[in-house]
Design a protein around this ligand. Structure first.
Ligand code: HEM
Ligand code: HEM
Length: 482
């Protein structure tokens, strides 16, 4: 295995012809790739991100102004919240990053996607399934379990679609012409192979009580850890070396990071029920696994840090790279923060506060949004050879940074304040009103993120529709790795 992931996305067709006297016979021609499926996945992900933001802002406003839209039962807070969460996770994160995976896999394996048609059909099926599941929740049909709210038959729909997606990607992998396994591929395989099993376990389990909670958190944690985080890391491992035009800092560190993540992450689920009525060994094992996550997280910090060091000048000129660095900081921050939340004494203090909400949104906004945006700009510029508006991208970047900082800082601050108050004997009802100004800051920060997202969508739309050369340039051979 080798991890050398380099910069040749920037090579134009002319350069390839002139600098490669002996073209590698194993390189597939870009004409074999249509990227149709990846586009449906990616742009659907960006669409759902906008919807998740709008619903998140409505929910945020309801938390300090409960009369807002209160006459519409479908928009009651108890229904909107799971819709926001499911659209964020299954719409934005899953679809967007699967789009990135559908882009990366043919390039990393040097084989065309096993089936573009199946890829596009599964994306449309996923969209309709998510829509159906969310409408069902808004009509009051929820399974009532966190991260498994989507009711039958839509939960089963996701299970089948996940198997079809995994089959498509894995069949491409089996037909690979490139024998080296790049780091991004390891992570993609780690996401797609076990996740349909975790999903089925979480959604079809017939346990009750404590067993149900343990199984549900085993599934839910792997939804964030093994499904979304690994797809996100795969994307960063792919684009960062190309953005800085340098190979990854260390292959050995990637190796350590990958295998320790694969070994420790699946056992983190119990940290969601610390001090709950679960056996002590479940808590201790998951706390140990959560602290052990320092190893893969540090490996990633060192590897990306080493790769980025010396290429800081790229930050000034490449907005896409800036978003990658934001995603890197978001990942490192959310993960180190997550390990600290698993320390039992600290967890006792903050579990029911907004501290968890701050951690979650640092993960999804800092790491999730920034990484997918970095990939989208990268895709437009380096792969499609389209130039987007730099000034709009600057606006997008700074609105996103301000939105994330405002959201995370306000929630973390009130989380600590409430935790301290409760420790001193004040009751949750007693501190409830303290939340109001922080909830207002959160809603304003969400508004900034939404404005930034609108600028981004407008920029993409303009770029795709006003460029006359896009179709031709998208077929430029992309000598993707090494
Ligand atoms: C404009 C941006 C956003 C705003 C204003 C926002 C707002 C909110 C609000 C108000 C809650 C409920 C908090 C509570 O009940 O105490 C929440 C929860 C949540 N949001 Fe967001 N959100 C945003 C973006 C996102 C995105 C993009 C995702 C991506 C997956 C996401 C994932 C979640 C999750 C998983 C929860 C549940 C966390 C938990 O139960 O611990 N949010 N959000
Ligand atoms: C080393 C990595 C991480 C560790 C050890 C970790 C640990 C934790 C802990 C202990 C909690 C529970 C806090 C509580 O409720 O008392 C939690 C909640 C959560 N984490 Fe993480 N975290 C990590 C990374 C991430 C990342 C990168 C994401 C997102 C991309 C994420 C998403 C979530 C979500 C959505 C919840 C809320 C679950 C809920 O209560 O509804 N975590 N995490």
């Amino acid at each position: 295995m080798t991890s050398t992931q380099t910069n040749s996305d920037t090579i134009t067709q002319t350069k390839i012809l002139s600098t490669q006297p002996q073209p590698n016979p194993f390189r597939i021609h870009a004409l074999e790739r249509t990227d149709h499926a990846m586009q449906v996945w990616l742009f659907s992900g960006l669409f759902w991100l906008t919807i998740a933001m709008i619903i998140g802002i409505i929910g945020a406003v309801k938390l300090f102004y409960p009369e807002f839209l209160q006459s519409i039962p479908a928009l009651a807070y108890g229904r909107l919240r799971p819709v926001h969460v499911n659209i964020g996770i299954f719409g934005f994160m899953s679809m967007g990053y699967l789009g990135a995976a559908f882009y990366m896999v043919p390039r990393l394996t040097q084989a065309p996607l096993f089936s573009e048609t199946l890829g596009a059909l599964t994306a449309w099926g996923w969209n309709f399934n998510l829509l159906g599941g969310c409408l069902a929740i808004m009509m009051g049909f929820s399974k009532g379990k966190e991260y498994s709210e989507i009711p039958f038959p839509f939960d089963m729909g996701f299970g089948l679609l996940e198997i079809a997606v995994a089959g498509n990607i894995f069949s491409t992998f089996v037909q690979r012409r490139e024998q080296r396994l790049y780091v991004s591929l390891w992570y993609i395989l780690l996401a797609i192979i076990p996740f349909p099993i975790y999903y089925t376990l979480g959604n079809a389990n017939r346990f009750s009580g404590v067993e149900d909670a343990i199984v549900n958190w085993f599934y839910s944690h792997n939804l964030f850890g093994i499904w979304l985080t690994t797809l996100g890391l795969a994307t960063l491992y792919y684009i960062v070396p190309k953005q800085v035009k340098k190979p990854l800092y260390s292959h050995t560190i990637s190796f350590v990071g990958f295998w320790t993540l694969a070994a420790f992450y699946p056992w983190n689920g119990g940290h969601h029920v610390i001090w709950g009525p679960v056996p002590m060994w479940v808590m201790s094992a998951s706390v140990t696994a959560s602290l052990a996550m320092f190893v893969p997280v540090f490996a990633t910090i060192v590897n990306f840090g080493g790769t980025a060091l010396g290429a800081l000048s790229v930050l000034k000129t490449d907005v896409s790279y800036r978003f990658s660095i934001l995603a890197y900081l978001g990942y490192a921050g959310a993960s180190l923060w997550g390990s600290s939340l698993a320390i039992m004494s600290f967890n006792a203090k903050i579990h029911f506060t907004y501290m968890t909400i701050a951690h979650v949104h640092l993960g999804f906004l800092g790491f999730g949004i920034a990484g997918l945006v970095a990939f989208t700009y990268f895709y437009l510029e380096k792969s499609r050879k389209l130039s987007y508006s730099q000034s709009l991208a600057e606006w997008h970047f700074w609105l996103t940074v301000l939105g994330i900082v405002g959201y995370v800082a306000s929630m973390a601050a009130i989380g600590l304040i409430e935790g301290n108050e409760w420790e001193m004997g004040n009751s949750p009802t007693g501190t409830m009103m303290l939340r109001t100004p922080y909830n207002i800051v959160r809603a304003i920060s969400g508004g900034m993120l939404l404005v930034g997202q609108s600028v981004f969508l407008w920029n993409i739309w303009q770029t795709l529709t006003t460029s006359t050369e896009s179709a031709e340039k998208s077929l430029v051979p992309e000598n993707s790795q090494n």
